[in-house]
Design a binder for this molecule. Structure first.
Ligand code: HEM
Length: 91
């Protein structure tokens, strides 16, 4: 568990910064996904995927919040994120 705690501690300062601007950074992450993997746009046909759109900001913010939630439950993802399948941090 000590290694997991150390990893969590290493990520925390980064996530404090990211969370302070969740929608902007999440939007940029989605723009990057669409730029580098254009086929992924097909999952989001009902959204305005124009760079900087309110849809991308809203959805991007949700993704950042989800990652933060995962960090807060690091080492216990299966119980707190049952939908995350077989992923289990090993070290
Ligand atoms: C780090 C990676 C990812 C995280 C943390 C993440 C997180 C999430 C979360 C939390 C939601 C629920 C949003 C809500 O409640 O409205 C969601 C929905 C969704 N995600 Fe992801 N996601 C990731 C990657 C992806 C990728 C790579 C794709 C497809 C290329 C994708 C496609 C979708 C779609 C289509 C939805 C449904 C959106 C909606 O109906 O509003 N996600 N994701």
């Amino acid at each position: 568990m000590a290694l997991l705690d150390a990893k969590k501690a290493a990520f925390e300062p980064l996530f404090v910064k990211i969370n302070a601007d969740a929608q902007k950074i999440g939007c940029e992450a989605m723009e990057s996904l669409f730029q580098h993997q254009p086929d992924t746009k097909s999952h989001f046909t009902y959204m305005d995927v124009t760079p900087g759109s309110q849809d991308l900001k809203t959805h991007g913010g949700k993704i950042i919040n989800a990652l933060n939630d995962a960090l807060n439950h690091y080492g216990n993802l299966r119980r707190t994120w049952p939908h995350c399948g077989s992923y289990t941090p090993t070290s």
